[in-house]
Ligand binder design. Structure first.
Ligand SMILES: [Fe+2]
Ligand SMILES: [Fe+2]
Length: 264
């Protein structure tokens, strides 16, 4: 152990008393990668915003290191043939609670399984992939595995969220005024999407997502994913090969969630 510079140093990571919890976590991760001699490069999208993507960044694999091309040792390992439930368990963030609570509300409100399923999946873009335009990403992720109506509704909720519908008691979310400012106006492409959705035969399916989309959700309420296993079984065509390996048009998107840090 070397304590000559005030740091505790054995074979483990360098941890100083003044480090925050997240700095410590970073140090532990770096140490793990160091030991495995692995180099992890961050995708441009992961840092865009924090860094200006047009500026040069050193993405060269350091000599003597190997670029990460498989499982990231810092992440829970996924089964070889992952199911939707495995993604909930091993890849989706704790905000999946919002999905469970929305699905639970739809269940309590007596909606059919189609609506419950749409509510359960409506924000998987946010909880597992990319926030921006999450309705579109989410709809695409599930399109091969649910009915066309469910994936259409998930896409539509992106725009419908911004527009009240008094006929069903849906008001503009009070939280949006706080988050985006009282004068926020959706982009023209969202306005167009809303107009198209308004006239669509499945409008009410998309609208019901927004109606059961709990914003004032209770972070302490416990809804168990187990309660929805049967509904998922009946309404999500789980591919035999596993999500990511069924050669569907969106398989690569699921693989990216399995291996988000793969070099290529
Ligand atoms: Fe959403
Ligand atoms: Fe939501």
């Amino acid at each position: 152990m070397d304590t000559s510079n005030g740091q505790t140093r054995a074979s483990g990571p360098v941890l100083r008393p003044d480090m925050t919890l997240s700095e410590r976590a970073d140090a532990v991760e770096e140490h793990l990668l160091e030991q495995l001699n692995l180099h992890v490069a961050k995708s441009v999208l992961f840092t865009s915003g924090e860094l200006d993507p047009t500026q040069p960044v050193n993405r060269i694999v350091p000599p003597g290191k190997q670029a990460l091309m498989g499982d990231d040792p810092r992440l829970p390992r996924m089964p070889d043939k992952p199911t939707l439930l495995d993604f909930f368990k091993y890849r989706f963030s704790p905000s999946q609670n919002h999905l469970l609570q929305s699905a639970n509300l739809a269940l309590k409100n007596g909606h059919d399984e189609k609506i419950i399923m749409a509510c359960l999946l409506h924000d998987i873009g946010v909880v597992g992939f990319i926030r921006s335009d999450h309705g579109y990403w989410g709809a695409q992720l599930v399109a091969p595995y649910v009915t066309e109506e469910v994936s259409w509704a998930i896409k539509a909720h992106q725009a419908l969220r911004f527009y009240p519908d008094e006929s069903v008691g849906y008001e503009y979310p009070e939280a949006y005024a706080r988050w985006f400012g009282s004068d926020y106006e959706p982009e023209p492409y969202i306005q167009d999407e809303y107009r198209r959705a308004r006239d669509h035969k499945w409008y009410m399916t998309g609208r019901l997502i927004t109606l059961n989309d709990l914003y004032a959700f209770d972070p302490n309420a416990v809804v168990n994913l187990d309660d929805f296993v049967d509904i998922i079984g009946r309404n999500f065509r789980q591919p035999e090969e596993g999500l990511g390996f069924d050669n569907s048009p969106v398989a690569h998107m699921w693989r990216t969630m399995i291996w988000p840090t793969r070099f290529l």
